[in-house]
Design a protein. Structure first.
Length: 427
């Protein structure tokens, strides 16, 4: 029992010793903090003051509370300064001293600073709320604008240049269609995969080779329609074969399979181009020594060999076929030259002194005796309107026009300002 009593006494003495030591150490830090404050070493004063506070159970002296108030005020830590000031007013005994009056004045200043801080906080909060509201408004407008812009966006891959009649070819996936400069679809891109366009005319083919369906559109008259069925032209033919460029006189030429004649058709008259009096033509050709003979079967002999007469391409050039339906070549009645098919896979309609030629080298142009000449000028002309094609990064095409100093997205009779202008117009 005596042993336990002695242990208890030692613990009490130890606690008393360490408690006294903490107060003494805290006093040292307080004195350091006071000296630092007097020397305007505010940061050091704050460090020493905080060390003292950690060693004390509570602020139980007015002069400590006063020092804490002064240090925190200098650091602009007004909430902390106010807290220590309240400790001071609770602990101070004499309220008639100069220190009390000075601290009371300082307390009022601290309250004023806190009011300023609160006012600024309220102001900043209002500004933040206003910014958030504005951001939500702008986001809402952007959503509205994007929805409208999407409605005016063409879901297509590309658009070629418009011609002078404000018409162009566009591509969607694997298909080709026709569109005007306001985005109105003239021919949908869901059937045709190739196009032959020249002189303001467009021929849409359902296949790049051996097409069985051809749609012709005249941008000069804004009219179009399917070509007559190839079987209507020749019951044995199953496709149009090589299709040549349309020309400014409305004439097109194709070379169907299983046929002894070229498909020659005028889009303006909507009639096949045929020789009105074939026998009279043959007589004239024989008279001028362009052919040796002809027979009642519609054949002409050249260089001691008979060929089926395949029609008048125009400008005095005539197609010549072999009996196996293969194209032999072309007779140029101007000088009797025969252009053989191994060099001329196809010759297009005659217009403005020139023919389009397709051979192994590609496309070129010749005159009436097969001499190569400069490329023909496309009478489709250059676009002079305001529309511009804009390809979007996310895909799709927009047509834009500048109107009264503003740029608009255009689709038919609808239009929409660009986003920046839209936001400015909707404050």
């Amino acid at each position: 029992m005596k042993k336990y009593f002695l242990s208890f006494i030692l613990v009490c003495l130890s606690l008393s010793f360490y408690g006294q030591t903490n107060k003494e150490i805290a006093g040292v830090y307080i004195r350091k903090a006071q000296k630092n404050y007097s020397n305007l070493e505010i940061d050091e004063a704050n460090k020493n003051f905080n060390k003292a506070i950690k060693l004390l159970d509570s602020v139980n002296k007015a002069d400590i509370a006063r020092l804490g108030t002064l240090i925190q005020y200098e650091l602009k830590q007004y909430e902390e300064a106010k807290k220590y000031a309240k400790y001071y007013f609770q602990l101070v005994k004499n309220k008639n001293t100069e220190d009390y009056t000075m601290l009371l004045d300082l307390y009022v200043t601290i309250e004023e600073e806190l009011e300023k801080i609160e006012a600024e906080r309220v102001k900043q909060e209002k500004a933040r709320l206003a910014r958030e509201k504005e951001a939500r408004r702008i986001d809402s407008l952007k959503t509205v604008w994007q929805k409208r812009a999407d409605a005016l966006t063409l879901e297509i891959n590309s658009v070629k240049a418009f011609n002078k009649n404000n018409v162009a070819i566009f591509k969607k996936g694997d298909f080709i269609g026709i569109i005007d400069h306001l985005g109105n679809t003239i021919v949908k891109a869901d059937t045709y995969k190739d196009v032959k366009a020249f002189d303001g005319y467009f021929l849409l083919l359902n296949n790049a080779t051996e097409p069985t369906k051809v749609y012709a559109y005249n941008s000069n008259t804004k009219t179009g329609g399917l070509l007559p069925s190839v079987s209507e032209f020749n019951t044995l033919s199953t496709h149009y074969g090589t299709v040549m460029l349309p020309r400014g006189n409305g004439t097109i030429v194709t070379y169907p399979n299983n046929s002894l004649k070229a498909f020659i058709y005028n889009l303006n008259t909507k009639k096949f181009v045929t020789v009105a009096d074939q026998k009279a033509l043959f007589k004239e050709l024989k008279k001028n020594d362009k052919i040796e003979k002809y027979n009642k079967d519609g054949q002409v002999r050249i260089e001691k060999r008979y060929f089926d007469f395949g029609g008048h391409i125009g400008g005095g050039v005539y197609a010549l076929y072999l009996s196996d339906y293969s194209l032999f070549g072309f007779l140029c009645s101007l000088d009797g030259t025969v252009l053989k098919s191994q060099n001329y896979k196809g010759i297009g309609a005659f217009h403005n002194g020139k023919y389009q030629v397709v051979n192994d080298e590609g496309i070129s142009w010749v005159n009436q005796n097969g001499t190569k000449v400069a490329d023909a000028t496309d009478e489709g002309g250059n676009y002079t309107g305001k529309s511009k094609i804009v390809s979007l990064e996310k895909g799709g095409i927009q047509i834009q026009q500048e109107i009264d100093g503003y740029t608009y997205i255009i689709l038919g009779d609808k239009k929409l300002e660009l986003l920046e202008d839209f936001l400015r117009k909707h404050p």
